[in-house]
Design a protein around this ligand. Structure first.
Ligand code: EPZ
Length: 420
């Protein structure tokens, strides 16, 4: 069956209210964490995404009892009967590597396929394996699989990460919560999704302190009970819809979001001259009626710096803002695949290795383009909203990995967008 496309007729000002979905990059490690729970785990605000569906299938494959009722996922891992998942399933979503730490923590043995790279980079896992080895895990490569065993059980260890890797931090936390002894993670990732994972683990009886800072300490406990938790809002989806409001010179009220997690992004919108008001604890009002200008230079950093995941979206927006914008991508080695597709829409972008120079153009024009990855695909949707004429975006399965019903959401605030 030929995959559908997103067909967008640009030129419409967005106006209205969008409720922000739960965070993809939080629900994945949280679902992995339920493997450690000897009891029922209930996760609220789980977004309907193909990546979340893949994680759900992995849990099912492991023999966990799982059910989903709208945005609530319930998992009971007590009867978990398996610690191997088919290659096809783990390769479908490379971030499934976060199940490795959880399964090792639960079973002490796991055979997992080496995750492939993807369009934005090689995505190596050396930091994950270095840390697990320090925790007593023996890793043998066997024909594209990693055969991981912990002959003496998982031991707590002092681990210094060469880079504050989000996935490595989460994997270590999941292996450490029921390990023997204390684990310290130095140079840990500080992303909000790491904090969300720590909060859920502690609700289940773990002893994790320091999450959100650069040093996380985990005291191993005998076992985890079940627990109930609400997934944090998706900060990248929030930034995406802020860019959609801005590029159409519209105004949107974003609800059920979380101001603090957007703090690295707000200064950029202020520099562009886009009015952003935060109120209550979870509402952001974006008004882009006034003419905006380039924010100058945007450099991606680990949290609390400007998030790499928002770089493609800001590149789409700045392509129609007066002035020249310089992007420096310091996290992934090839995260500009959306640039040639934006150029097909009329953008003026030069890419030199990890730097992209975006010069203002008066208008963008609809064309046939394709998504190469999740956020690059969302950047094409953002740009298409401002194009004259019709844009057709193919390979939209990338977009469905991280955006819940993107065409319904955008149509609800005035966009002319169809999936067909
Ligand atoms: C998480 O990926 C997110 N994914 C990514 O979001 C996000 O871009 C990234 O963190 C950075 O914030 C999920 O949470 C599921 P890293 P992760 O380990 O954990 C290098 C999206 O669009 N590295 O922090 O894979 C790596 O190559 C996705 O939602 C090693 O060299 O990111 C990269 O250059 C895209 N060796 C850098 O660190 C390792 O062992 C950051 O990677 C691990 C990572």
């Amino acid at each position: 069956m030929v995959e559908q496309k997103l067909v967008i007729e640009g030129g419409r000002r967005l106006q209205g209210e969008i409720q922000i979905q739960g965070a993809k990059n939080s629900v994945l490690p949280l679902l992995a964490a339920t493997v450690l729970c000897k009891g029922e785990a209930v996760l609220h605000n789980c977004p309907r995404l193909t990546d979340a569906d893949a994680a759900f299938r992995i849990l099912d494959c492991l023999g966990c009892k799982c059910s989903r009722e709208k945005s609530v996922i319930t998992v009971n891992a007590e009867q978990m009967s398996n610690n191997h998942v088919p290659d096809a399933l783990t390769r479908e979503m490379r971030s499934s590597i976060v199940f490795l730490g959880a399964i090792l923590g639960r079973c002490g043995h796991c055979r997992w396929s080496m995750p492939g790279g993807c369009q934005i980079g090689q995505r190596p896992i050396g930091f994950h394996l270095y840390a697990l080895k320090r925790m007593g895990v023996v890793v043998e490569n066997d024909g594209g699989f990693m055969d991981c065993t912990a002959p003496k059980g998982i031991q707590g260890a002092k681990i210094s990460l060469p880079f504050p890797s989000v996935g490595a931090t989460e994997n270590i936390m999941l292996a450490a919560v029921t390990a023997k002894g204390r684990t310290e993670i130095h140079n840990a990732a500080r992303e909000p999704e790491v904090v969300d994972l720590a909060e859920f683990l502690n609700k289940c009886g773990a002893k994790v302190t320091g999450a959100g800072g650069s040093t996380i300490v985990i005291e191993g406990v005998e076992k985890l009970s079940g627990g109930e938790h609400t997934v944090i809002p998706d900060r990248i989806v929030t930034a995406t819809y802020m860019c959609c409001a801005a590029i159409t010179r519209g105004e949107l009220l974003l609800t059920k979001t979380k101001h603090d997690d957007l703090s690295p992004v707000f200064p950029i919108f202020e520099k562009m001259g886009c009015s952003v008001y935060c109120f209550d604890k979870d509402r952001i009002y974006v008004n882009a009626r006034k003419a905006m200008v380039s924010p100058g230079k945007i450099v991606t950093h680990v949290h609390p710096g400007f998030p790499t995941d928002s770089q493609p979206l800001l590149m789409a927006l700045t392509s129609v803002l007066s002035g020249t914008t310089i992007f420096e991508e310091t996290i992934f080695e090839s995260r500009f695949n959306h640039a040639p597709e934006l150029i097909r829409l009329g953008a003026k972008i030069d890419v030199i290795e990890r730097v992209a120079i975006v010069e203002w153009v008066e208008r963008l024009s609809g064309a046939n383009v394709r998504a190469f990855d999740l956020r690059g695909g969302a950047a094409l949707v953002t740009a298409a909203l401002a194009c004259e004429g019709v844009t057709k975006i193919s390979e939209i399965h990338y977009i469905d990995r991280g955006y819940e019903a993107i065409e319904e959401v955008l149509r609800s605030v005035g966009a002319n967008i169809k999936r067909k």
